[in-house]
Design a protein around this ligand. Structure first.
Ligand SMILES: C[S@@+](CC[C@H](N)C(=O)[O-])C[C@H]1O[C@@H](n2cnc3c(N)ncnc32)[C@H](O)[C@@H]1O
Length: 316
């Protein structure tokens, strides 16, 4: 009798041990993921999230921005004049996307290096480069995948003493979110941009008028970068964390013939004065920081959709 009970006890004990082990493993498995720490900012799980990775926005991007030539007409003269009057020849486009602005600058005779973190977007730039490879400027066009958090290391081999101008246009920079609540990654990215500009060179960078988006809760559908007649709707959501606007999500709906394409992009709502201060701190000693509204002097536009900063790095 004692032996029988003892055996039952041992079987029960074994059962409990096995059940406990299984349960712990089930608990431990997902936890193993959450404690994973990458050793590099470039690993997407911890660093840059490619919002274009599903290919949806990339696929309709060219339709969204409308005819390339008429899009760039909005600011081609401004940009080309600004670059030429500052003696710029070699440009780094750090958010080339499908390549619209880089192509415009190549056609204007500049030497261009283009980078982007999204291979889905770069695919279209690479295709254009291939199609026009017989034109010498396109043959020399360098396109690489890189991200802003590691930019300086990613493209060190292409620096040659720094670029005459670095540009981050087309509503791109705000894609870098504030993951730590203190803007450290945005500061790190702009530091990298600054390191890529040669002394006396320029940084051109833009952001939407988030001050106005915060005030109104809406995003103007028509703007300098997107003039496609297909754009149907942009829905704006704003996330506040501890009373501070932290994330703006835009849900785009674009009709292309019978199809409706939908994609979502998220942005950090940069306030003009805060952004200006970050640039001033990083470009210490700069003699020139100009701010334009929709590529016009601020005095000429009352409520611009975009602010464009042109900062000149101090000559050493
Ligand atoms: C709104 S698109 C603009 C592209 C192009 N400048 C234009 O105007 O058509 C923004 C681009 O920024 C790129 N991007 C976002 N975060 C990035 C990062 N951390 N490093 C490099 N590129 C990034 C995206 O992959 C995307 O192609």
């Amino acid at each position: 009798m004692f032996a029988q009970n003892f055996l039952k006890f041992v079987v029960l004990l074994l059962f409990l041990i096995v059940a406990n082990l299984t349960e712990n493993r089930e608990l431990r498995m997902p936890q193993a993921d959450t404690v994973f720490q990458s050793r590099s900012d470039g690993i997407s799980a911890e660093g840059v999230r490619d919002q274009y990775a599903d290919g949806k926005a990339a696929k309709v991007w060219e339709i969204f921005i409308g005819d390339k030539k008429s899009r760039t007409e909005n600011y081609r003269n401004f940009l080309v004049e600004k670059l030429r009057e500052n003696g710029v020849r070699r440009i780094l486009d750090v958010a080339c996307g499908t390549g619209v602005d880089s192509i415009m600058l190549l056609e204007e005779g500049f030497e261009v290096v283009s980078i982007d973190a999204s291979d889905k977007m770069l695919k279209y730039a690479l295709k254009e480069r291939w199609n026009r490879r017989k034109e010498p400027s396109f043959d020399k066009w360098v396109i690489e995948e890189a991200n802003w958090l590691t930019l300086y290391d990613d493209i060190k081999h292409l620096l040659n003493g720094g670029f005459d101008a670095v540009m981050c246009l087309g509503n791109s920079f705000a894609h870098l979110l504030d993951n730590f609540g203190d803007q450290r990654e945005q500061i790190q990215a702009i530091r990298n941009f600054e390191k890529c500009v040669k002394p006396g060179g320029l940084l051109l960078i833009d952001h939407r008028n988030y001050d106005n988006i915060m005030d109104t809760g809406a995003t103007p559908a028509k703007c300098i970068y997107y003039n496609s007649s297909h754009t149907t709707d942009i829905k704006t959501s704003v996330l506040y964390v501890a009373s501070k606007p932290t994330l703006v999500t835009l849900d785009y709906q674009i009709s292309t013939g019978n199809d409706v394409s939908e994609f979502r992009l998220s942005y950090y709502p940069h306030k003009l004065r805060v952004f200006e201060e970050i640039l001033r701190t990083i470009f210490r000693g700069t003699k020139s920081h100009e701010i334009y509204g929709d590529f016009k002097p601020l005095t000429g536009v009352s409520n611009p959709a975009f602010y464009i900063h042109v900062v000149k790095k101090a000559s050493s």
